[in-house]
Unconditional design. Structure first.
Length: 277
């Protein structure tokens, strides 16, 4: 019997893939957690029925949420990652030579443990106990309320704005992020699909712009996410990603991100640019 799994994006739309087998299925205090082995995407992490990442294309999301902000800041040293329990974002962050410490605050310890067991390619930095990395199982929203003038870059690698992730998309949270950053700090957040979450993207962009003088929306093509086009939003106190000096020859190998893409990802189709007006 064939097994097919569908993520419902809207009431009328879903993304479906054929599954070889279910490797893990459980429930934490916050959400359902599953790992399946699929024919097209390989091993996939699924939270509350929403596709999060897969070994087939994870490098796109993780490179774009990490390297765009870290190459925008000229000297990123203290980094905070909120969420990102699969470990892919911190795997990319620790590759930057200037980075001294990376704190990852993930609310769901089950996501971390399942990712380390079933997604070792993605969770490599956690598995290696990388010396730059500190993993904390806790509430990222509460963590932000305690920090002030401390971080160079904050990366909000959150799930969809449902369940435990909903508070990470609020004005109060962006105010706390602004306070936690140094005077020249910046942050980035994944901000969903410009096709299916248009009101959300517009609201987030303008909320962030109320706190940060430089606010930019950028895009990446991610085949696992409905619509295939995904957005990220940067809020910066000083450094404009459009003015960043990204070396043509990067100090490490990447599969998606490069210096040309750093500039071109901010070139928005008219239908997306209008969300920032």
């Amino acid at each position: 019997m064939e097994l097919w799994l569908t993520e419902k994006e809207t009431e009328h739309l879903g993304l479906t893939c054929r599954v070889k087998e279910t490797l893990f299925s459980g429930k934490s205090d916050f959400q359902s957690v599953e790992v399946v082995d699929s024919y097209e995407f390989g091993r996939m992490l699924i939270l509350d029925g929403v596709f999060q990442t897969s070994i087939f294309e994870e490098y796109i999301y993780h490179e774009m949420i990490a390297h765009v902000p870290l190459f925008t800041h000229p000297q990123p040293q203290k980094i905070l990652v909120i969420g990102g329990g699969d470990g892919g974002t911190v795997r990319e962050v620790v590759r930057h030579e200037t980075v001294e410490t990376v704190e990852m605050v993930e609310i769901d310890g089950l996501v971390v443990e399942v990712s380390k067991k079933y997604l070792p390619e993605i969770s490599a930095a956690m598995l290696a106990n990388h010396p730059k990395l500190k993993v904390e199982i806790g509430d990222g929203i509460a963590h932000m309320k305690e920090a002030e003038n401390y971080y160079d870059v904050i990366i909000v690698d959150c799930s969809d704005p449902i369940g435990p992730g909903v508070g990470l998309f609020s004005r109060e949270f962006y105010r706390d992020v602004h306070r936690a950053l140094k005077p020249d700090g910046l942050f980035v957040q994944q901000t969903e699909s410009p096709f299916y979450h248009r009101p959300l993207i517009s609201r987030i962009y303008h909320d962030i712009a109320d706190f940060f003088p430089i606010t930019r929306l950028y895009l990446a093509n991610i085949p696992l996410y409905p619509g295939g086009l995904h957005s990220f939003t940067i809020g910066s106190k000083q450094y404009d990603p459009l003015q960043a000096s990204v070396p043509e020859l990067l100090p490490f190998a990447t599969r998606y991100y490069n210096s040309d893409l750093h500039k071109s990802c901010f070139v928005l189709p008219n239908c997306v640019a209008e969300l920032t007006k």
